[in-house]
Write a protein that binds this ligand. Structure first.
Ligand SMILES: Nc1ncnc2c1ncn2[C@@H]1O[C@H](COP(=O)(O)OP(=O)(O)OP(=O)(O)O)[C@@H](O)[C@H]1O
Length: 262
Protein backbone atom coordinates (compact mmCIF):
# COMPACT_ATOMS: atom_id res chain seq x y z
CA UNK A 1 0.00 0.00 0.00
CA UNK A 2 1.24 3.44 -0.92
CA UNK A 3 1.81 5.63 2.14
CA UNK A 4 1.21 8.74 0.01
CA UNK A 5 -2.50 8.01 0.29
CA UNK A 6 -4.24 9.58 3.27
CA UNK A 7 -7.30 7.53 2.48
CA UNK A 8 -8.27 4.92 -0.02
CA UNK A 9 -11.25 2.85 -1.08
CA UNK A 10 -10.09 -0.38 -2.66
CA UNK A 11 -12.58 -2.21 -4.87
CA UNK A 12 -15.54 -1.03 -2.80
CA UNK A 13 -19.10 -2.05 -3.61
CA UNK A 14 -22.28 -0.95 -1.92
CA UNK A 15 -25.62 -2.64 -2.39
CA UNK A 16 -29.03 -1.46 -1.24
CA UNK A 17 -31.05 -4.63 -1.64
CA UNK A 18 -30.85 -5.32 -5.37
CA UNK A 19 -29.62 -1.82 -6.23
CA UNK A 20 -25.87 -1.66 -6.90
CA UNK A 21 -24.97 1.90 -5.92
CA UNK A 22 -21.18 1.32 -6.08
CA UNK A 23 -19.57 -1.45 -8.08
CA UNK A 24 -15.90 -2.19 -7.37
CA UNK A 25 -14.81 1.43 -6.96
CA UNK A 26 -11.20 2.30 -6.17
CA UNK A 27 -10.45 5.86 -5.08
CA UNK A 28 -7.10 6.91 -3.62
CA UNK A 29 -6.64 10.35 -2.10
CA UNK A 30 -3.04 11.52 -1.98
CA UNK A 31 -1.88 13.71 0.89
CA UNK A 32 -2.37 17.39 0.14
CA UNK A 33 -4.16 16.96 -3.18
CA UNK A 34 -7.51 18.19 -4.43
CA UNK A 35 -9.17 15.12 -5.90
CA UNK A 36 -12.33 15.82 -7.91
CA UNK A 37 -15.04 13.21 -8.02
CA UNK A 38 -17.21 13.77 -11.05
CA UNK A 39 -20.39 12.05 -12.06
CA UNK A 40 -23.88 12.65 -13.30
CA UNK A 41 -27.13 12.12 -11.37
CA UNK A 42 -27.36 8.64 -9.93
CA UNK A 43 -23.66 7.90 -10.56
CA UNK A 44 -23.16 6.96 -6.92
CA UNK A 45 -21.48 10.14 -5.64
CA UNK A 46 -23.66 10.48 -2.51
CA UNK A 47 -23.21 6.82 -1.67
CA UNK A 48 -19.46 7.18 -2.03
CA UNK A 49 -19.36 10.29 0.18
CA UNK A 50 -21.44 8.59 2.84
CA UNK A 51 -19.16 5.57 2.74
CA UNK A 52 -16.10 7.78 3.25
CA UNK A 53 -17.89 9.74 5.99
CA UNK A 54 -18.76 6.64 8.00
CA UNK A 55 -22.52 6.78 7.34
CA UNK A 56 -22.54 3.61 5.20
CA UNK A 57 -20.33 0.57 5.63
CA UNK A 58 -19.09 -0.90 2.32
CA UNK A 59 -20.85 -4.15 1.32
CA UNK A 60 -17.45 -5.38 0.12
CA UNK A 61 -13.95 -4.01 -0.44
CA UNK A 62 -11.60 -2.12 1.85
CA UNK A 63 -11.49 1.36 3.32
CA UNK A 64 -8.04 2.47 4.45
CA UNK A 65 -6.96 5.57 6.34
CA UNK A 66 -3.20 6.22 6.50
CA UNK A 67 -2.76 2.77 4.98
CA UNK A 68 -4.67 1.02 7.80
CA UNK A 69 -8.05 -0.68 7.30
CA UNK A 70 -10.92 1.07 9.11
CA UNK A 71 -14.52 0.09 9.90
CA UNK A 72 -16.52 3.11 10.94
CA UNK A 73 -19.73 2.57 12.91
CA UNK A 74 -20.65 6.26 12.82
CA UNK A 75 -19.65 9.57 11.19
CA UNK A 76 -18.15 10.61 14.55
CA UNK A 77 -15.50 7.90 14.20
CA UNK A 78 -14.48 9.31 10.80
CA UNK A 79 -14.46 12.82 12.21
CA UNK A 80 -12.24 11.72 15.08
CA UNK A 81 -9.67 10.69 12.45
CA UNK A 82 -9.92 14.15 10.87
CA UNK A 83 -12.23 13.19 7.99
CA UNK A 84 -14.79 15.99 7.80
CA UNK A 85 -17.70 16.11 5.36
CA UNK A 86 -19.50 19.29 4.39
CA UNK A 87 -22.90 18.30 2.97
CA UNK A 88 -25.01 20.48 0.74
CA UNK A 89 -27.36 21.43 3.57
CA UNK A 90 -24.26 22.68 5.48
CA UNK A 91 -25.73 21.80 8.93
CA UNK A 92 -26.17 25.46 9.89
CA UNK A 93 -28.93 26.94 12.07
CA UNK A 94 -30.30 30.05 10.29
CA UNK A 95 -31.48 31.90 13.41
CA UNK A 96 -28.25 31.43 15.35
CA UNK A 97 -25.38 33.87 14.99
CA UNK A 98 -22.33 33.41 12.78
CA UNK A 99 -20.23 32.81 15.92
CA UNK A 100 -22.63 30.20 17.37
CA UNK A 101 -22.77 28.42 14.02
CA UNK A 102 -19.00 28.47 13.78
CA UNK A 103 -18.62 26.71 17.13
CA UNK A 104 -21.91 24.78 17.10
CA UNK A 105 -21.91 23.28 20.57
CA UNK A 106 -18.16 23.64 21.06
CA UNK A 107 -18.28 27.28 22.24
CA UNK A 108 -15.54 28.46 24.61
CA UNK A 109 -16.73 28.57 28.23
CA UNK A 110 -16.19 31.01 31.07
CA UNK A 111 -17.05 30.89 34.78
CA UNK A 112 -19.86 33.07 36.07
CA UNK A 113 -19.48 34.20 39.73
CA UNK A 114 -16.58 31.76 39.81
CA UNK A 115 -19.13 28.95 39.89
CA UNK A 116 -21.00 27.86 36.78
CA UNK A 117 -19.73 27.55 33.26
CA UNK A 118 -21.47 29.66 30.66
CA UNK A 119 -20.70 30.24 26.99
CA UNK A 120 -18.14 32.96 26.40
CA UNK A 121 -19.99 34.57 23.52
CA UNK A 122 -17.56 37.50 23.22
CA UNK A 123 -14.59 35.18 22.88
CA UNK A 124 -16.58 33.05 20.42
CA UNK A 125 -17.33 36.18 18.35
CA UNK A 126 -13.71 37.37 18.30
CA UNK A 127 -12.32 33.90 17.57
CA UNK A 128 -14.78 33.15 14.78
CA UNK A 129 -14.19 36.52 13.15
CA UNK A 130 -10.39 36.08 13.32
CA UNK A 131 -10.43 32.49 12.08
CA UNK A 132 -12.78 33.34 9.22
CA UNK A 133 -10.63 36.36 8.28
CA UNK A 134 -7.57 34.05 8.14
CA UNK A 135 -9.44 32.06 5.49
CA UNK A 136 -10.24 35.25 3.56
CA UNK A 137 -13.86 35.56 4.80
CA UNK A 138 -14.66 38.94 6.29
CA UNK A 139 -17.66 39.04 8.61
CA UNK A 140 -18.86 42.46 9.69
CA UNK A 141 -20.72 41.32 12.80
CA UNK A 142 -20.22 37.77 14.11
CA UNK A 143 -23.41 38.24 16.21
CA UNK A 144 -25.57 38.55 13.06
CA UNK A 145 -27.82 35.56 12.31
CA UNK A 146 -26.25 33.24 9.76
CA UNK A 147 -29.50 33.43 7.78
CA UNK A 148 -28.45 36.94 6.70
CA UNK A 149 -25.32 35.63 4.93
CA UNK A 150 -25.26 34.70 1.25
CA UNK A 151 -25.14 31.10 0.06
CA UNK A 152 -21.46 31.39 -0.80
CA UNK A 153 -20.57 32.91 2.58
CA UNK A 154 -22.41 30.11 4.37
CA UNK A 155 -20.61 27.49 2.31
CA UNK A 156 -17.28 29.14 3.15
CA UNK A 157 -18.17 29.26 6.84
CA UNK A 158 -18.99 25.55 6.90
CA UNK A 159 -15.65 24.74 5.24
CA UNK A 160 -13.66 27.11 7.50
CA UNK A 161 -15.35 25.56 10.55
CA UNK A 162 -14.30 22.06 9.51
CA UNK A 163 -10.72 23.24 8.99
CA UNK A 164 -10.64 25.05 12.35
CA UNK A 165 -11.78 21.91 14.15
CA UNK A 166 -8.96 19.81 12.78
CA UNK A 167 -9.98 18.36 9.42
CA UNK A 168 -7.11 16.56 7.64
CA UNK A 169 -9.43 15.45 4.88
CA UNK A 170 -12.26 17.65 3.63
CA UNK A 171 -15.04 16.00 1.68
CA UNK A 172 -17.09 18.66 -0.08
CA UNK A 173 -20.45 17.64 -1.49
CA UNK A 174 -21.19 19.85 -4.52
CA UNK A 175 -20.14 23.04 -2.69
CA UNK A 176 -20.69 25.26 -5.74
CA UNK A 177 -23.91 23.64 -7.01
CA UNK A 178 -26.31 26.40 -5.95
CA UNK A 179 -23.94 29.36 -6.35
CA UNK A 180 -23.43 32.09 -8.93
CA UNK A 181 -20.10 32.80 -10.64
CA UNK A 182 -18.56 35.14 -8.06
CA UNK A 183 -19.59 33.04 -5.06
CA UNK A 184 -18.38 29.85 -6.70
CA UNK A 185 -15.06 31.56 -7.28
CA UNK A 186 -14.81 32.40 -3.56
CA UNK A 187 -15.49 28.79 -2.60
CA UNK A 188 -12.88 27.56 -5.11
CA UNK A 189 -10.38 30.04 -3.64
CA UNK A 190 -11.09 28.62 -0.19
CA UNK A 191 -10.51 25.06 -1.42
CA UNK A 192 -7.19 26.26 -2.82
CA UNK A 193 -6.35 27.78 0.58
CA UNK A 194 -7.22 24.52 2.33
CA UNK A 195 -4.80 22.71 0.04
CA UNK A 196 -2.09 25.27 0.85
CA UNK A 197 -2.60 24.37 4.50
CA UNK A 198 -1.82 20.75 3.61
CA UNK A 199 -5.42 19.56 3.84
CA UNK A 200 -6.44 16.85 1.38
CA UNK A 201 -9.71 17.53 -0.38
CA UNK A 202 -12.31 15.42 -2.16
CA UNK A 203 -14.36 17.82 -4.23
CA UNK A 204 -17.60 16.30 -5.51
CA UNK A 205 -19.19 18.08 -8.42
CA UNK A 206 -20.75 17.60 -11.80
CA UNK A 207 -19.30 20.92 -12.99
CA UNK A 208 -16.10 20.27 -14.93
CA UNK A 209 -15.48 24.03 -15.27
CA UNK A 210 -15.24 24.27 -11.48
CA UNK A 211 -13.31 21.06 -11.01
CA UNK A 212 -10.66 21.37 -13.68
CA UNK A 213 -8.89 24.60 -12.63
CA UNK A 214 -8.55 23.48 -9.01
CA UNK A 215 -8.17 19.69 -9.21
CA UNK A 216 -4.92 17.73 -9.14
CA UNK A 217 -6.67 14.52 -10.12
CA UNK A 218 -10.08 13.44 -11.32
CA UNK A 219 -12.10 10.30 -10.77
CA UNK A 220 -15.14 9.82 -12.94
CA UNK A 221 -18.09 7.80 -11.71
CA UNK A 222 -20.70 6.40 -14.03
CA UNK A 223 -23.59 4.24 -12.84
CA UNK A 224 -21.74 3.07 -9.78
CA UNK A 225 -18.49 2.27 -11.57
CA UNK A 226 -15.28 4.24 -11.71
CA UNK A 227 -14.23 5.15 -15.23
CA UNK A 228 -10.72 5.72 -13.90
CA UNK A 229 -8.60 8.30 -12.14
CA UNK A 230 -6.61 10.80 -14.17
CA UNK A 231 -4.02 13.31 -13.05
CA UNK A 232 -4.31 16.76 -14.58
CA UNK A 233 -1.27 16.28 -16.82
CA UNK A 234 -2.86 13.20 -18.40
CA UNK A 235 -6.31 14.55 -19.27
CA UNK A 236 -7.63 17.79 -20.76
CA UNK A 237 -10.76 19.61 -19.69
CA UNK A 238 -12.48 18.64 -22.93
CA UNK A 239 -11.63 15.00 -22.40
CA UNK A 240 -13.16 15.12 -18.90
CA UNK A 241 -16.26 16.81 -20.33
CA UNK A 242 -16.48 14.18 -23.03
CA UNK A 243 -16.22 11.30 -20.57
CA UNK A 244 -18.86 12.83 -18.32
CA UNK A 245 -21.28 13.40 -21.13
CA UNK A 246 -20.71 9.93 -22.53
CA UNK A 247 -18.64 11.05 -25.54
CA UNK A 248 -20.17 9.44 -28.62
CA UNK A 249 -23.68 9.47 -27.12
CA UNK A 250 -23.45 13.24 -26.64
CA UNK A 251 -22.11 13.81 -30.18
CA UNK A 252 -25.05 11.87 -31.56
CA UNK A 253 -27.55 13.87 -29.50
CA UNK A 254 -25.96 17.18 -30.54
CA UNK A 255 -26.23 16.32 -34.22
CA UNK A 256 -29.85 15.22 -33.72
CA UNK A 257 -30.63 18.54 -32.00
CA UNK A 258 -28.86 20.51 -34.71
CA UNK A 259 -31.01 18.83 -37.35
CA UNK A 260 -34.26 19.41 -35.40
CA UNK A 261 -36.49 22.47 -35.77
CA UNK A 262 -37.34 23.85 -32.35
N1 LIG B 1 -30.51 4.25 0.73
C1 LIG B 1 -30.69 3.80 -0.51
N2 LIG B 1 -31.56 2.79 -0.77
C2 LIG B 1 -31.75 2.31 -2.01
N3 LIG B 1 -31.11 2.80 -3.10
C3 LIG B 1 -30.25 3.80 -2.92
C4 LIG B 1 -29.99 4.37 -1.63
N4 LIG B 1 -29.07 5.36 -1.76
C5 LIG B 1 -28.77 5.41 -3.08
N5 LIG B 1 -29.48 4.49 -3.77
C6 LIG B 1 -29.39 4.24 -5.23
O1 LIG B 1 -28.03 4.14 -5.59
C7 LIG B 1 -27.79 4.77 -6.84
C8 LIG B 1 -26.72 5.86 -6.68
O2 LIG B 1 -27.29 6.95 -5.94
P1 LIG B 1 -26.46 8.19 -5.36
O3 LIG B 1 -27.45 9.03 -4.60
O4 LIG B 1 -25.27 7.71 -4.65
O5 LIG B 1 -26.03 8.92 -6.72
P2 LIG B 1 -25.52 10.43 -6.93
O6 LIG B 1 -24.40 10.33 -7.92
O7 LIG B 1 -25.24 11.07 -5.64
O8 LIG B 1 -26.75 11.11 -7.62
P3 LIG B 1 -27.32 12.63 -7.47
O9 LIG B 1 -26.29 13.52 -8.11
O10 LIG B 1 -28.59 12.55 -8.25
O11 LIG B 1 -27.53 12.87 -6.02
C9 LIG B 1 -29.13 5.30 -7.32
O12 LIG B 1 -29.68 4.36 -8.20
C10 LIG B 1 -29.95 5.40 -6.05
O13 LIG B 1 -31.32 5.26 -6.31
Amino acid sequence: MNDDNILALENVSKFFGKVIALNGVTLRLKRGEVHCLLGDNGAGKSTLIKTLAGVHAPSSGDYLVDGEPVHFDSPKEALDLGIATVYQDLALVPLLSVARNFFMGREPQKKRFGLFSVMDLDLAAVTSRTKLAEMGINVRDPHQPIGTMSGGEKQCLAIARAIHFGARVLILDEPTAALGVKQSFNVLKLIHKAREKGISVIFITHNVHHAYPIGDSFTLLNRGRSMGTFTKDTISKNEVLDMMAGGAEMQQMMSELEGATI
